[in-house]
Design a protein around this ligand. Structure first.
Ligand code: PLP
Length: 394
């Protein structure tokens, strides 16, 4: 029989991390406990020394968390995954595990807002310097590298500009001087982009988004390719304390089972919505990797298996028309976050990327009129109708 690692993504999504359980239960039980009883004092001591395998305390290990971690590691083709309490806890764990004082980071300028401020603020305070560059131009990564660069951190497609970074080239540049390539793969999920196959060393997910997919959990994950990095990462997460709890792990693991079918619908719906917007006279531009007008269409097709759910656009009427659109939609809900079954719309300059100052936003091309859509799995024609009625008013 094939191992789960050898199976296709559709099968992995349903079966990875699933074992055999008491009473023939098909679904893993949730061990909703903070701590685990030792058989006697010597048993406890053996567990703490690592001489015997077993559970001690849920911040360190829990069976429901491990089941979800296994599923994510298999889907990404990594050696290990670590469940975290949020996507930002995952970002923090990775940076803390890899960086020391006086190290240097090269980071995409179009990344999740709080990642920018974490690097420049918190890590800056502890003596880590970061250069934010347009990583869609590999030459700019190359020229930003310094002898003390330890991490190249990319997000592709970038949030919210959708600019695509060439993962293979970024990996080659990082590895040339022994730096790690870290990639936030939240926008694509393991169904649409497999960064380890292109040379990445560490993958980050906000599980809050596509992997859970139902807008009812905040969680994150770190995935590692090299098993030798695992002990250091586990220790860091245990010390930071940014862990996920058993019940949320159960929900994320449940969500992952439908990841592949959800992504298929997200792709189809977003393609229809993007085409509609592109042909609408009140829309000045649309950026969606599935459109032939997308500036990096060929690169996107090479390294992504589908265009995904995220679309950005700007109306000819600029910020005011964009506000009107966001206030007039009925099926699309005005809320931040993305990757859930429900369609959402939001305004990056005043919401997800408001923590960046205006200069940083301008440099990253996050204009005030930019509107971001996360296209859900509803009926595509009805999503288009919703946009049509709202655009009539604006
Ligand atoms: C949401 C998001 C994060 C942060 O995740 P949380 O679960 O909200 O902490 C990081 N990166 C990307 C690309 C995101 O969309």
């Amino acid at each position: 029989m094939k191992s789960i690692e050898e199976c296709k993504k559709e099968t992995q999504a349903v079966h990875a991390g699933i074992d055999e359980y008491e009473f023939g239960s098909v679904v893993p039980p949730i061990y909703q406990t903070s701590t685990f009883r030792f058989k006697d004092v010597d048993h406890g001591a053996r567990l703490f020394r690592g001489d015997e395998d077993g559970y001690i305390y849920t911040r360190m290990r829990n069976p429901a968390v491990e089941a979800m971690e296994k599923a994510i590691a298999v889907l990404e083709g990594g050696s290990h995954a670590l469940g975290c309490g949020s996507g930002m806890a995952a970002v923090n764990t990775v940076l803390t595990a890899l960086l020391s004082k006086n190290d240097h980071v090269v980071c995409s300028e179009s990344v999740y807002g709080p990642t920018t401020t974490l690097l420049s603020g918190v890590f800056g305070k502890f003596g880590v310097r970061t250069d934010f560059v347009d990583t869609s131009n590999s030459d700019l990564i190359r020229s930003a590298m310094k002898p003390e660069t330890k991490v190249v951190y990319i997000e592709t497609p970038g949030n919210p500009t959708m600019v695509v970074t060439n993962i293979k080239e970024a990996a080659a540049i990082a590895h040339k001087q022994g730096a790690y390539l870290v990639i936030d793969n939240t926008f694509m999920s393991p169904i649409l982009q497999n960064p380890f196959e292109m040379g990445a060393d560490v993958i980050i997910h906000s599980l809050t988004k596509f992997l859970n997919g139902h807008a009812d959990v905040v969680a994150g994950a770190v995935v590692l390719k090299d098993p030798n990095l695992y002990p250091q990462f586990r220790k860091t997460l245990n010390q930071i304390g940014g862990v996920i709890d058993p019940f949320n792990s159960f929900l994320v693991h449940r969500g992952i089972k439908t990841l592949d079918v959800r992504i298929e619908r997200h792709n189809k719906n977003a393609m229809k919505v993007a085409k509609f917007l592109e042909n609408h006279p009140k829309v000045s531009w649309v950026r969606y990797p599935g459109l032939e007008s997308f500036p990096q269409y060929d690169l996107a097709r090479q390294q992504m298996k589908g265009p995904g759910a995220m679309i950005t656009c700007e109306l000819s009427g600029g910020l005011n028309a964009g506000k009107c659109l966001m206030n007039s939609l009925r099926i699309f809900q005005l809320a931040v976050s993305l990757g859930g079954v429900e369609s959402l719309v939001q305004h990056p300059a005043s919401m997800t990327h408001a923590s960046m100052d205006k200069k940083q936003r301008e440099k990253a091309k996050i204009t005030d009129g930019l509107v971001r859509l996360s296209v859900g799995i509803e009926n595509a024609e009805e999503l288009v109708e919703d946009l049509e009625q709202a655009l009539k008013l604006c």
